[in-house]
Design a protein around this ligand. Structure first.
Ligand code: ZN
Length: 150
């Protein structure tokens, strides 16, 4: 198991050091800001929609390695998904990091995001990992106010 844990850590470190889709969208269809006061993580999620799908998902912000890696991997995962699919993934991801039974369907859906399963052992880190997803949800729902994990 130690090797697997190292691999997971490696993936998370890679995404936190070189976040993918770390870019402002100039004219997003949806945008929301999120803040996790427990850790100080801030993230803004930008979405461009096309034909009922998330054509592009980008993010900006500053936060710890977990929140940055989570945002980076989330944006990769969501390209081309419908809003409904995105919200289902959020639920599955939330179950994963809070240590709920996720089942094989969810594991298949989540794919690489499974690297965050170890987060459930660190409750304070759960908020870091889920902040980008809460922010995504707020963006899809057209929320105007900043979302907070508290
Ligand atoms: Zn954090």
């Amino acid at each position: 198991m130690a090797d697997l844990r190292d691999l997971y850590q490696e993936v998370i470190l890679d995404h936190s050091r070189r976040p993918r889709n770390f870019q402002t969208l100039e004219a997003p269809d949806r945008v929301a800001e999120g803040f996790n006061p427990l850790c100080g993580d801030r993230v803004t999620v930008f979405i461009a929609l096309e034909a009922g799908r998330l054509r592009e998902v980008r993010f900006r912000g500053s936060g710890c390695a977990i929140s940055t890696a989570s945002a980076s991997m989330m944006t990769e995962k969501l390209q081309g998904k419908t809003p409904d699919e995105a919200l289902r993934l959020f639920q599955e991801f939330h179950d994963l990091v809070t240590g709920k039974e996720t089942g094989t369907k969810a594991a298949e859906d989540l794919g690489k995001l499974g690297v965050f399963s170890g987060v459930c052992a660190f409750p304070i880190r759960v908020k870091c990992a889920t902040l980008p997803w809460h922010t995504l949800k707020a963006a899809l729902e057209g929320a105007r106010q900043q979302v907070s994990t508290e």
